[in-house]
Design a protein around this ligand. Structure first.
Ligand code: ZN
Ligand code: ZN
Length: 164
């Protein structure tokens, strides 16, 4: 049975290999974490030089997929967005060019793979959505539309990172 720290060790080895082969050893990574949270395949916080990949995605899809996700996130250390330059680098690092969508964990946990978060001004319940909401009010505070409980968008930590 593979353990999380073994995956972390193997990914650090992959990082050093990529760093030598493509960046003359100049790329910096401060933290590499294999996380048991289930919301993403992986993400990168370029300012913090931090990469997180999903343990559950590894269990669901295997080592090769985890490698692809990891290389994708390593490319984000250089290009934070999905620009043409990013995809060119990702491909050089060994991400298949034909498949840009990730295989996320099969069970994405409580909230699923949401992109937008909203909060009710009345009860402060948070609502998570894949698509943007327009003029919705909190169903817990009032079952009918009520502008008093209009859901307003909130920033969350997870929205500032690249989700793969
Ligand atoms: Zn409410
Ligand atoms: Zn990305």
């Amino acid at each position: 049975m593979t353990e999380r720290h073994e995956i972390e060790t193997a990914l650090w080895e992959e990082f050093h290999r990529l760093n030598e082969a493509h960046f003359a050893g100049t790329l910096r990574l401060s933290e590499l974490l294999v996380s048991t949270r289930k919301k993403y395949g992986g993400y990168c916080q370029p300012q913090k030089r931090r990469i997180v990949v999903s343990w559950q995605a590894f269990l669901d899809h295997g080592w090769d997929e985890t490698l692809i996700t990891f290389r994708h996130e390593v490319a984000h250390l250089v290009h934070p967005n999905h620009s043409a330059a990013f995809w060119a680098l990702a491909e050089r690092l060994g991400c298949p060019p034909d498949r840009k969508k990730a295989l996320p964990p099969k069970d994405r946990g409580t909230y699923g793979w949401w992109r937008y978060a909203y909060e009710c001004p009345g009860c402060h319940t948070r609502v998570y959505r894949r698509k943007r909401l327009t003029r919705s009010s909190c169903a817990r505070c009032d079952r009918k539309f009520n502008p008093q409980f209009l859901l307003h968008p909130v920033k969350t930590l997870e929205m500032n990172v690249d989700e793969r």
